[in-house]
Design a protein around this ligand. Structure first.
Ligand SMILES: NC(=O)c1ccc[n+]([C@@H]2O[C@H](COP(=O)([O-])OP(=O)(O)OC[C@H]3O[C@@H](n4cnc5c(N)ncnc54)[C@H](O)[C@@H]3O)[C@@H](O)[C@H]2O)c1
Length: 364
């Protein structure tokens, strides 16, 4: 997506605009709410400082609208911050037809979407994602919610935004580690989509390019198609869990035990190496692709080893809400790139072997 190139994806119940030149569309979209004075902007403190000026530079009339900012980070995705947002909306005179503009990463869009879904039994919102994870994943698909006692996404609803505007210009101020964290979702999407998307990613790695717009565009299109086929995550959307079942276990484990916790993307990257191994063992993913996947992941992430003594604890932390059998878990795996398969059971022994494989691969 270049400066002048703008796309509109129309496969969902709401439009997804993509490209640095979507500003005009955003301006037009805002017009009715702006002229009735009914726009409310939610940010975190980082995006207030770094992204709000970009927004008001393009749409100066937003400069005098009420802004509420939450503390940056996952801890803000909780009930007390949600309550603060509700109070802010109430105190600033928001009504059912008001519009919340979620200007931030996945935390702002998950929390702001949930606030919109619940305030006055549902008001309007629009996502203006500013992080890589926000742009390629969290802003699309209508999943909103909060954590309960740090357990992720325990309360929430599906509630669609009126529109999503993905504007890569915002990424200019995003710290490198958060840009990298979003790469895990881009890699996952390319593995699941296969074909052109997978080739494009491999070329990107070979060229060492730091231009991400084409990859963002490919990933957003893929997410939109998957969500359109199964908006409520009842069947085919579950392919998107690839890497996440083990990834969530690793994320919780490292959050618990290390001073510098793993970013979501790092955990998903490690989870994908493990789950590619399960794919090889259970449904015949070829060794060549197994190694290629690990190679691509390692070109973006330097991953930490997992101590054998910790395997049991990671197992216990793995997606407790997913369908868990007595001694096994259900996975979304890949038969080859571009050929995802859902509902594959693996037992604890297989999963421990996937950790062994992971430790071996990251040291290679
Ligand atoms: N709803 C969904 O479908 C979905 C999908 C994936 C992830 N998520 C959720 O998204 C969250 C993770 O998203 P995230 O990584 O965006 O987290 P985040 O919102 O915490 O953003 C990461 C960090 O980047 C900062 N930031 C964001 N944009 C910036 C910019 N342009 N310039 C400078 N700093 C910027 C934020 O302040 C924060 O410190 C998790 O809570 C996850 O559960 C939701």
């Amino acid at each position: 997506v270049g400066e002048t190139d703008m796309r509109k994806i129309n496969v969902l119940n709401y439009p997804v605009f993509l490209g640095d030149s979507s500003w005009n569309e955003f301006d037009v979209f805002l017009e009715p709410s702006l002229s009735s004075g009914q726009v409310f902007i939610l940010t975190d403190f980082n995006t207030r400082e770094l992204c709000l000026p970009v927004l008001t530079k393009h749409i100066p009339r937003l400069a005098d609208r009420p802004v509420f900012s939450i503390l940056p980070g996952e801890d803000s995705k909780d009930i007390s911050t949600l309550e603060e947002v509700w109070h802010w909306l109430m105190d600033s005179g928001a009504i059912k037809s008001s519009l919340i503009v979620n200007l931030g990463g996945g935390v702002v869009s998950d929390l702001g979407g949930f606030a919109a879904a619940t305030f006055k039994r549902g008001m309007n919102y629009v996502n203006l994602p500013t992080s890589m994870i926000g742009q390629v994943d969290a802003s699309i698909g209508g999943k909103t919610g909060i954590n309960i006692s740090h357990v992720k996404n325990q309360a929430g609803v599906f509630y669609d935004p009126l529109a999503v505007f993905i504007i890569p210009e915002f990424l200019k101020s995003l710290p490198g580690e958060h840009l990298r964290s979003g790469m895990a979702e881009i890699i996952k999407s390319a593995i699941l989509a296969g074909g052109n998307a997978w080739e494009m990613l491999k070329k990107h790695v070979l060229s060492g390019s730091d231009h991400f717009n084409d990859l963002i565009c490919e990933t957003v299109n893929f997410k939109c198609r998957v969500v359109a086929d199964d908006p409520y995550d009842l069947s085919s959307r579950q392919i998107l869990n690839f890497g996440h079942t083990i990834g969530h276990g690793l994320e919780s484990f490292f959050n618990r035990h290390h001073h510098v916790p793993w970013l979501h993307g790092e955990a998903v990257a490690a989870g994908m190496i493990c789950e590619a191994f399960l794919s090889h063992e259970m449904i015949g993913l070829q060794e060549k692709e197994l190694n290629e996947i690990a190679g691509i992941i390692k070109s973006f992430f330097s991953l930490k080893p997992l101590d054998r003594k910790s395997y049991g604890e990671v197992w216990n932390l793995m997606d407790l809400d997913k369908k868990r059998t007595v001694d096994g878990l259900t996975f979304s795996l890949i038969k080859e790139t571009g050929m995802p398969v859902t509902g594959i059971s693996s037992d604890r022994k297989d999963i421990y072997r996937s950790f062994d494989h992971y430790n071996m691969m990251i040291q290679k």
